[in-house]
Design a protein around this ligand. Structure first.
Ligand code: T3D
Length: 264
């Protein structure tokens, strides 16, 4: 049986493919465990300097596998708070805390927690035919896995509320126009576009990118004062990296910098 999550290393890029295409890559428990392991391994792998997340087949991810939520009459309802705590919330925290850029290559429909997963990534590149659906309310749930955090910040409260309450599919081009995602490419160009982006990022100052990500993510919650202090502290760290020294040296030598992704 094919693995439900496939992890490949291509040079300094780690690629994670959600691989249950017959279910539009919906998550079951086994897939959750594999996905958590993949995120953990790539986070700890110092040789991996950028991550790409995508789906196999015609969908990106349809969220939770609802087949695992069907209950017979008289059975106790599932504790969905527990499954969020055990699976989804750690995934989102791992993506947000990943000390390298995470690119989401949305190859098809992203629904429910599948859409949340995409919104939590640093850069989202979507195939032109793909779409995003806050599908949760169709089964009686509220959006989770960070959707109520990211979406209003990305597109504003009015649009986020409408998308969540009405569960209207948002085509990729609309998502890009609203700032929900970075960009849209033709379907057959998606793998090349995301690989090129990942290769580029993997050749850049990895620690600088990690610190940038930390600052951007903290800005959602910080006051200006707190953010200025954070920038000061993080820039202090960036200024000590080998890549910063290399960047300055290369500038004056009028040559392209060669960033090793090393802190010292
Ligand atoms: O439970 C917890 O732990 C709490 C956390 C919850 C997080 C969540 O994600 S809750 C929300 C769960 N997801 C959904 O509600 C989305 C359900 N899927 C859909 O609405 C639609 O499938 C799509 C809009 C995503 C795509 O529609 P379409 O018409 O392109 O495809 P389809 O025909 O509906 O789906 C294709 C197949 O995938 C189909 O199987 P079949 O009939 O060919 O055997 C369908 O049943 C299956 N599939 C799609 N989504 C799911 C799924 N099977 C199980 N779970 C799914 N989520």
């Amino acid at each position: 049986m094919a693995a439900s999550v496939v992890v490949e290393r291509r040079g300094a890029v780690g690629e994670i493919t959600l691989n249950r295409p017959d279910r539009l890559n919906a998550f079951n428990d086994e897939m959750h465990d594999r996905f958590a392991g993949a995120l953990r391994d790539l986070a700890e792998d110092a040789g991996c300097r950028a991550v790409v997340l995508t789906g196999a087949g015609r969908g990106f991810c349809a969220g939770q596998d609802l087949a695992d939520r069907v209950r017979g009459s008289g059975a106790e309802p599932p504790d969905l708070g527990a499954t969020l705590e055990r699976f989804y919330n750690p995934h989102i925290r791992r993506i947000a805390g990943m000390p390298k850029p995470v690119i989401c290559a949305v190859n098809g429909v992203a629904a429910g927690a599948g859409a949340s997963l995409a919104l939590a990534c640093d850069l989202v590149v979507a195939a032109r035919s793909s779409k995003f659906i806050q599908a949760f309310i169709k089964v009686g749930l509220l959006p989770d896995s960070g959707a109520t955090y990211f979406l209003p910040r990305q597109i504003g409260v009015a649009r986020a509320t409408a998308l969540m309450m009405l569960a209207i599919p948002v085509p990729a081009e609309q998502a890009a126009a609203w700032g929900m995602i970075w960009t849209v490419v033709d379907d057959d160009h998606l793998p090349t576009a995301t690989s090129e982006m990942a290769d580029y990022l993997a050749s850049q100052p990895t620690e600088g990118l990690a610190l940038m990500k930390q600052a951007l993510r903290a800005s959602f919650a910080n006051t200006l004062d707190a953010q200025l202090n954070l920038e000061r502290d993080l820039q202090r760290l960036a200024g000590r990296t080998h890549d910063y020294a290399e960047g300055v040296e290369a500038f004056f030598a009028k040559r392209p910098p060669v960033f090793a992704g090393r802190t010292a």
